[in-house]
Design a protein around this ligand. Structure first.
Ligand SMILES: *[C@@H]1O[C@H](CO)[C@@H](O)[C@H](O)[C@H]1NC(C)=O
Ligand SMILES: *[C@@H]1O[C@H](CO)[C@@H](O)[C@H](O)[C@H]1NC(C)=O
Ligand SMILES: *[C@@H]1O[C@H](CO)[C@@H](O)[C@H](O)[C@H]1NC(C)=O
Length: 212
């Protein structure tokens, strides 16, 4: 008798541990490291890009360096957390710069807070936890290493994470926009919020609209 009661007690205790840990264990996305470099392969409806992402939160800056497949003209999208973005090219055949001001800074390391957990999925050959921020992004993180593997903007524009170097910092000299960014005619300056479907505007414009 005593052992039967003991048994029931043990089962109940085990069950409550299982239930409790199950409800408490819904995964949350890892915060982004304060500084990292990542190479992303981007796909927009079959148009491919290689994108170098230099995220540098302590210095209030983020760099997206974008190369379209087999295109020598590289697009530089340099974002400062004061809202100024310099979007330029350096290639002699197509040298220009556009300076844009937005109301928001760069993404915070915890920008994924509050995302909705969707479960696990095998993605790009990695077992991933998946979250969604409605009208913004679906985000896939490797279950084992907690590194991002892939994300899909609401437009379908997709990032595959090829490298993720935590702590890598691009040297200061590389963050200098070219001279011709500081020699702008009036109509090249825009005060409006960035819109459109470029990587930078998606990462910057939409997340804060979603958070607001
Ligand atoms: C890019 O995305 C399209 C769907 O938009 C898909 O059909 C295609 O296979 C993808 N290409 C690569 C290289 O992943
Ligand atoms: C924001 O910071 C960058 C880099 O220091 C600077 O070039 C730019 O003029 C600043 N923008 C504003 C609006 O102060
Ligand atoms: C821009 O720079 C060029 C020389 O590179 C100069 O001739 C021109 O006057 C400048 N324009 C403005 C609006 O400052």
């Amino acid at each position: 008798m005593a052992s039967a009661i003991e048994h029931i007690f043990t089962v109940t205790a085990l069950l409550s541990v299982v239930l409790f840990s199950h409800s408490a264990a819904e995964p949350v996305p890892a915060a982004w490291p304060e500084q990292f470099h990542s190479v992303l392969f981007m796909n927009r409806s079959g148009s491919l890009q290689k994108l170098d992402l230099w995220y540098d939160w302590p210095n209030g800056r983020n760099f997206n360096i974008i190369q379209d497949q087999l295109n020598d003209v590289v697009d530089y999208d340099l974002e400062w957390t004061n809202g100024t973005s310099f979007m330029y090219t350096l290639h002699p055949s197509d040298r220009h710069c556009k300076v844009v001001h937005v109301e928001v800074g760069i993404l915070r390391p915890n920008w994924l807070d509050g995302a909705t957990y969707l479960g696990q999925e095998q993605v790009d050959n990695f077992l991933c936890n998946v979250w969604e921020k409605v009208d913004f992004i679906v985000y896939y993180e490797d279950v084992l290493t907690r590194r991002p593997v892939k994300w899909i903007f609401y437009t379908g524009y997709t990032a595959h994470v090829m490298t993720f170097e935590v702590g890598a910092v691009l040297e200061d000299a590389q963050w200098q926009a070219p001279e011709y960014c500081f020699n702008q005619t009036e109509n090249m300056l825009e005060s409006a919020t960035v819109r459109g479907d470029s990587f930078g505007s998606l990462m910057r414009g939409k997340v804060d609209a979603a958070a607001a």
